[in-house]
Every structure is written in structure tokens, then in C-alpha cells.
Design a binder for this molecule. Structure first.
Ligand SMILES: Cc1cc2nc3c(=O)[nH]c(=O)nc-3n(C[C@H](O)[C@H](O)[C@H](O)COP(=O)(O)OP(=O)(O)OC[C@H]3O[C@@H](n4cnc5c(N)ncnc54)[C@H](O)[C@@H]3O)c2cc1C
Length: 464
């Protein structure tokens, strides 16, 4: 990188807001949680305030260098990777909760607030931020906005987009703009707030976020149900919903996933010899109503041949079941290098998707472990390389992945439910969107970032 860029950054940011190659943990900023990819940044900027962010963007625009915004670095599509170097702009010091508005049920935060920290703070005053990615202990609200993060509770409560009511954004020319605000109704111009949700750091840097809150549910029941076949477990998902119950979570963990969690945690996982388990949770304020819902769920489970129904009797048991589920991602990824596909279909098509991805991976000789948010039809399909040599791995996955996405689209789904397109999925975008739709996305990108400095080589396939 041109040394004038570094000089310009040094002139506007205090010394401790810049990290140079060789500095402490510098290499961490070249990775996220996507596969085993690494790209070295030229410099890392960690501004403490919005003015600092604006200065970084203005310098990048002036010198035409890439800026990759980074939150917690937990992304699974390579969104935060500086694939052509440049400036990594970390939001880790923009991490204040600015206001919890108990009258209007809104919270105003900086982007670097860790999701779990926000959840716990608002719960202290009886409020609830439901979006609950399994990475909540290390991902940021800014990253959640940029990826439109979901998680287990999306089934009942929706995803990040359903809570974002206002954004402060630093645009590609360094200007600061505010879209939306603490108001439930707003048709003043285009809905720009939502345009930035899921924009993966390619349209602007989110520096302030207003999120809607809910009353904190006071009661919660959690259960685990094992099945003798994966098909029965997948069938139980629509069967529960058809009876009119909307659980706040409905998670599928097939046997291979249960075994991986067991190995990673080094302790027994209940029913790990079953073909698959469903983790189901209902929440609300009325004990009698929850009891009724649990009964209805029990009927649906038994109609779909559940082998057992294990209801957590205490908050500690509930926490243990969730610790098991939240360990799934890391447990599967620790087996071997992997590629994860974030398929999503209408939930009634889940049994076909589960069967289909197994068939495809078997046919290509690839070991696969899937698990996911079955109630949303969102299945994480992990292809494991194990000891396959890298040329063969690339050859087989290049055949299998497009087939998985073709199947997903045929079933009415799409190629990413919650992890985004980022770097690693961009080549598959034409399977998820028509060429005309991609052209319209490009027009938006061109309008907001004409120099293409914001997170280049993301979202769009190179050749289209
Ligand atoms: C074990 C594990 C479990 C996971 N479980 C879930 C899950 O249940 N649900 C789910 O949805 N995801 C899940 N994820 C994926 C990941 O945690 C989410 O995508 C999360 O939203 C990323 O947040 P982050 O702060 O780590 O963002 P990063 O990885 O740092 O960045 C992700 C993208 O957001 C952009 N970005 C970050 N901050 C900003 C900002 N302030 N302004 C503009 N752009 C920005 C980056 O440029 C990048 O494109 C999981 C990941 C792991 C490793």
C-alpha cells in the first residue's frame, strides 16, 4: 500500500487506533470463521468514534484503497476478509450501548456491541432482544445488521431485519447519514434502513443502530426429542406447526452432529445414538398456555414416531440443552477443513432437502454433516474434507455444491438463509438471483460506492 495512506491515517488517528503488520494479533484481522482462509490486511484501523470512521473512509476514497469493515470476525461467508489487502476497519472500540428507551422499547447502540452483551443488558430491565445467533458471545450487532443474522428464534421472532428501525451510516464518500429512527411507522422516502441490512459492508459503514425491543418472556419450556430416522425428525417440523403452535426454536441435530458435539465437549449428549434429535422451545407469559403447547407438540412428535420426549426441568437443564446446540457449529468445523452451505427452503420441503443433500454428497463421495434451524427450513450443510487431497476436494465440491443449490432452488429456497454471500458464495449468486436482479444490485452498489472501495470482491460474482 502507498505509504501516503499510512501517513494520512497517522495524521488523523491516535497511535493506538492503528495496528501495523507485526503488531499484536495483527494476523487475526486477516481471518474470520470461514474455512481456513487468510488474507493479510495492509493496516488495521480501530477508531473510537464516528469522526474516526469518517476520516478513514475519506482517506480510502482519496487514495482509492479498499476498506473492509470488521465486527467480531465470526462470519461464515468470508465477508470480513481483506481479499486484496487494504484497510481493515474494526468496530471493536465502537462498543457502547447508548440508550435503553423503556418507554418506547428501543435500544440505541454502537456497531461493535457484542450481541450477548446487548441481550443481557436489556433483560436487566425486563426487555428482550430476541435475535440469537449461536455465535452471540462473539459476534457484534453491526455484523448482525450487515449479515441480517438469524438464529434459532427466527421462527417466532424473525431475524435482525425485523428489529432494525434506524441506522447511522458512513457512506463511501465519508458523509454521515441517518435513516429511520425510534418510530414504528415511517414512509419518508425509500426504506434505506432496510437496504443496508444484509448489505455485507459493501454499501456503507454502519456506525449507529436503533433496534426495537420486546417485553421479556417470563416463562420458557425446552424439550429434546430423539427419532429413529432423520426423515421422521424432519417430518415433525411441519407437523408441529400445522397444529397451530409456533415454538420460539425448533432445531434439528442429526446423529453425526450429536456425535461431533459429544466429541468436542468431551461429555455425553442425550440420545446421541438416535438418528436425529429435535430441540424445541416455547416461550411466553402464561404457564397454562405453555403447558397446552407442550402437550400439542408432544402429540405431533408422537405422530411422527418420536422415541422419547425429554423436558428440561430447570433453567440449568435448559441452559445445558442450549449449550449442546450452540456447540454444533464449532464441533463440526473442528473435525476437518470444511465448506458450509447455508441452504434455506420453505419448512415443508425440509424432508426433501435433507434426503437430497445426503444423496448428492454420497454420490460425490463427500462426508457431510448437516444441522440447523429446521423450523425456518434453514439447514447448514457442512462438507468435510477429512484426508482428501486438495485437488480432489476442489473437484468434488465444485460438482456437489451447485447440485445442492439447484435442489434448494427447485424446492423454493435460496442459497443463503443467514450467513450471506460474502467472498466464498459469490460465484453461486446466479443460482440464487436472476441476471436482471444481479444487475439491479450492481446499480445500487455503483450509486452508493462508485469507486468500489467498500469491501470489494464480495457478494458479486467476478464474471457476471
Ligand atoms: C459458531 C458460529 C455460529 C454461528 N451461528 C449463527 C447463527 O445462528 N445465525 C447467524 O445468522 N449467523 C451465525 N453465525 C455467523 C456469524 O456469527 C454472523 O454472520 C454474524 O452476524 C457476524 O457478525 P460479526 O460481528 O462477527 O461480523 P464479521 O464477521 O466481522 O463481518 C461480517 C460482515 O459484516 C460486515 N460488517 C461488520 N460490521 C459492519 C458494520 N458496522 N458496518 C457495515 N458492515 C459491517 C463485514 O464487512 C462483513 O461483510 C455463526 C458463526 C459461528 C462461527
Amino acid at each position: 500500500m502507498d505509504t501516503r495512506v499510512i501517513e494520512a491515517l497517522r495524521a488523523v488517528l491516535p497511535e493506538d487506533e492503528l495496528l501495523m503488520p507485526g503488531g499484536l494479533n495483527f494476523e487475526n484481522y486477516g481471518r474470520d470463521e470461514t474455512e481456513d482462509l487468510f488474507f493479510a490486511p495492509d493496516v488495521v484501523a480501530k477508531p473510537r468514534d464516528v469522526a474516526g470512521v469518517q476520516s478513514v473512509i475519506r482517506i480510502a476514497a482519496q487514495h482509492n484503497v479498499p476498506v473492509v469493515t470488521r465486527g467480531g470476525g465470526t462470519g461464515l461467508s468470508g465477508g470480513a476478509l481483506p481479499v486484496t489487502g487494504g484497510i481493515v476497519l474494526s468496530t471493536e472500540r465502537l462498543n457502547r450501548i447508548l440508550e435503553i428507551d423503556r418507554d418506547n422499547f428501543f435500544v440505541t447502540v454502537e456497531p461493535g456491541v457484542i450481541t450477548q452483551v446487548l441481550q443481557e443488558e436489556v433483560e436487566q430491565v425486563g426487555l428482550f432482544y430476541p435475535v440469537d445467533p449461536a455465535s452471540r458471545g462473539s459476534c457484534t450487532i453491526g455484523g448482525n445488521v450487515a449479515e441480517n443474522a438469524g438464529g434459532p428464534r427466527a421462527l417466532k421472532y424473525g431475524t435482525t431485519k425485523d428489529y432494525v428501525y434506524g441506522l447511522d451510516v458512513v457512506l463511501a464518500n465519508g458523509e454521515l447519514v441517518r435513516y429511520g429512527g425510534k418510530r414504528l411507522k415511517d414512509v419518508t422516502g425509500y426504506n434505506m434502513t432496510q437496504l443496508f441490512v444484509g448489505s455485507e459492508g459493501t454499501l456503507g459503514v454502519v456506525v449507529g443502530i436503533i433496534l426495537k425491543l420486546m417485553p421479556l418472556p417470563t416463562k420458557r419450556r425446552t424439550l429434546l426429542a430423539p427419532f429413529g430416522s432423520l426423515d421422521d425428525a424432519a417430518r415433525a417440523v411441519p407437523a408441529i406447526m400445522q397444529r397451530g403452535v409456533i415454538p420460539c426454536a425448533l432445531e434439528l441435530m442429526p446423529q453425526a452432529c450429536l456425535k461431533a458435539i459429544e466429541a468436542k465437549r468431551g461429555e455425553a449428549v442425550p440420545f446421541s445414538d438416535s438418528a436425529a434429535c429435535l430441540l424445541i422451545e416455547v416461550d411466553g407469559h402464561d404457564e397454562a398456555m405453555l403447558e397446552q403447547e407442550i402437550e400439542t407438540i408432544g402429540e405431533a412428535l408422537s405422530d411422527c414416531n418420536a422415541l422419547d420426549v425429554n423436558i428440561a426441568e430447570s433453567a440449568a437443564q435448559q441452559a445445558k440443552l442450549w449449550a449442546i446446540r450452540r456447540a454444533a457449529g464449532e464441533a463440526v468445523k473442528s473435525i476437518s477443513p470444511y465448506k458450509e452451505e447455508d441452504t434455506v427452503v420453505p419448512r415443508s420441503e425440509l424432508p426433501k432437502l435433507v434426503r437430497g443433500v445426503h444423496d448428492i454428497c454420497d454420490r460425490h463421495g463427500i462426508r457431510m454433516i448437516c444441522y440447523g434451524h429446521a423450523g425456518d427450513g434453514n439447514l447448514h450443510v457442512n462438507l468435510l474434507r477429512e484426508d482428501m487431497d486438495s485437488a480432489e476436494w476442489e473437484r468434488r465440491t465444485q460438482l456437489a455444491i451447485p447440485e445442492i443449490f439447484d435442489l434448494t432452488v427447485q424446492l423454493g429456497g435460496t442459497i443463503s438463509g443467514e450467513h450471506g454471500i460474502g467472498y466464498v458464495q459469490r460465484g453461486y449468486l446466479p443460482q440464487g438471483l436472476s441476471l436482471a436482479a444481479i444487475a439491479s444490485l450492481r446499480a445500487v452498489k455503483q450509486a452508493l460506492d462508485p469507486q468500489g472501495i467498500l469491501n470489494p470482491h464480495k457478494v458479486f460474482p467476478e464474471e457476471v
